[in-house]
Design a protein around this ligand. Structure first.
Ligand SMILES: [Zn+2]
Ligand SMILES: [Zn+2]
Ligand SMILES: [Zn+2]
Ligand SMILES: [Zn+2]
Length: 470
């Protein structure tokens, strides 16, 4: 394994609830005016986004919002963005089944789906299940829990849930999972128990009207373990993502816009972590469109929007659309840098993703290696000077820096040695923070094996050269 894997991309979630704290109250008298202006605007954004589906510039042009009013008007962002019959991308206001809200590109597809696609048999059931969006999410959640429990079956054998203390869940009969950094006998749980726990925390927070600062740590339980405080990953994260989305997708009042979009983030990140980038892309793109329909005023930077764009970029990368991904990331980095200044984790995270992508270049030239070294050296030093030198995100930049040194065909023995030293440091730190089973740790270890082999080889060559001279 000679390059950092895309799965190590850090998907964003921290910004998602930010606008909760930053949102401005909407003046009632302005609503009608803004509504009509925004409606026209949505149309433009959506048309342009669909027309330039594959073009990078359409995403970049979305950065150029000017003079738009902050308005929580439309809060009906959804993830079923394709025609249920022919899978064509749908406009926001597409035709839908009047009973169950399944959406189509037109009457012909609706008719076809009813007569030949089995919708006549499912329509009632979908309506009873809360409509197309809810029905889909509930179904996906059940499947995701089954997948997670199955994948964790071996590792959870003989254990019990730390929440309900059973091995098999009493009601759902699901098996145990563990997808965080908990070690030993800690951290085994049922997805359903984890969901119940975080729901109680968030419901309580909402009932007591807690502010952002107090709400955020509770919300974070959708994506990170309450015992080890680390993020879930893979299939467990994916199941929790579906759980979160199915819980909040019905929230479509103006006030709930933020929470609905935040739930979308959890789902997209979960899918991404489970290597389902194509599905994750649909979700994050839906978010981008939703944010584009609700742009902030000129004096605010829309952080959730930048986070959604970063996530779109990561999905592109996982799907092999690297060029598009890098252009978006560079734009996001410039925006974040100007907003946060350098000493903040957000731009460092974006820089880590850029570095990660740089090392995946298929046949790097000497210039490319120099570029990798220059970029990563700058960002490691930025991270260090802002006290984030040991953060695991910074470790990923260090890893890319090491790669820029030891992979360069012109590397000297000392260069390769330096690469080994850096990777050993990074490996040690990952083991401490993430545990040795985390995919990121495992990846670094594989790189270390490679570079040590390279070092041994370089030593032999050097010795042969030396002998020849003598
Ligand atoms: Zn269709
Ligand atoms: Zn229907
Ligand atoms: Zn349980
Ligand atoms: Zn844990």
């Amino acid at each position: 394994m000679d390059s950092l894997d895309t799965k190590t991309c850090a998907q964003r979630h921290s910004g998602a609830l930010w606008s909760r704290a930053n949102s401005l109250p909407v003046q009632p008298c302005h609503v009608a005016m803004v509504q009509s202006r925004t409606r026209k605007y949505h149309k433009e954004v959506e048309t342009s986004l669909r027309r330039h589906e594959r073009s990078v510039s359409s995403y970049l042009s979305l950065f150029g919002f000017q003079g738009q009013s902050w308005a929580f008007i439309l809060s009906d962002a959804m993830i079923l963005t394709q025609c249920a019959s022919c899978a064509a991308p749908l406009p926001h206001l597409a035709k839908q089944c009047s009973r169950c809200k399944t959406r189509y590109c037109g009457p012909a597809c609706q008719k076809q789906h009813w007569e030949g696609g089995g919708h006549d048999l499912l329509c009632k059931k979908i309506k009873k299940g809360g409509g197309a969006e809810q029905y889909n999410a509930d179904k996906k959640f059940v499947a995701a829990v089954a997948t997670a429990a199955e994948e964790c079956a071996e590792a959870t054998k003989g254990q019990t849930c730390y929440i309900c203390t059973e091995a098999v869940h009493r009601r759902t009969k699901e098996g145990l999972v563990r997808g965080c950094a908990c070690r030993g006998t800690a951290g085994f749980a049922h997805v359903s128990c984890l969901v119940e726990q975080v729901k109680i925390l968030c419901d309580e927070a909402e009932a007591n009207n807690l502010d952002f600062k107090d709400f955020k740590p509770r919300w974070d339980r959708w994506s990170s373990c309450s015992l080890c405080e680390q993020s879930y990953h893979g299939v467990v994260k994916c199941a929790l993502g579906w759980a979160c989305w199915k819980t909040y997708l019905g929230r479509n009042s103006e006030q709930d816009f933020t929470i609905r979009l935040a739930a979308m983030t959890e789902l997209g990140n979960g899918l991404f972590s489970a290597q389902a980038a194509a599905e994750a892309l649909v979700v994050h793109k839906a978010q981008v469109v939703a944010y584009a329909r609700n742009p902030p005023s000129a004096d605010q930077i829309d952080l959730p929007y930048l986070a959604a764009l970063s996530n779109v970029a990561n999905c592109f990368a996982q799907l092999g659309r690297e060029e598009e991904a890098q252009v978006i990331r560079r734009m996001v980095l410039a925006k974040e840098r100007s907003f946060y200044g350098d000493g903040h984790l957000e731009p460092i995270m974006t820089a880590a993703n850029i570095a990660n992508a740089m090392v995946q270049c298929k046949k790097p030239s000497a210039k490319k290696y120099a570029e990798i070294r220059e970029f990563t050296r700058e960002w490691v030093s930025i991270a260090q000077s802002s006290g984030l030198g040991d953060h695991h995100i910074t470790n990923r930049i260090k890893e890319a820096y090491a790669y820029g040194i030891y992979r360069d065909p012109a590397a000297s023995l000392d260069d390769v040695r330096e690469g080994v030293t850096i990777l050993e440091d990074v490996d040690r730190s990952y083991r401490q923070i993430l545990g040795k089973d985390h995919p990121v740790s495992a990846h670094t270890r594989a790189s270390l094996v490679y570079v040590k082999g390279r070092l041994a080889h370089a030593r032999v060559i050097a010795e042969i050269k030396l002998r020849r001279k003598l």
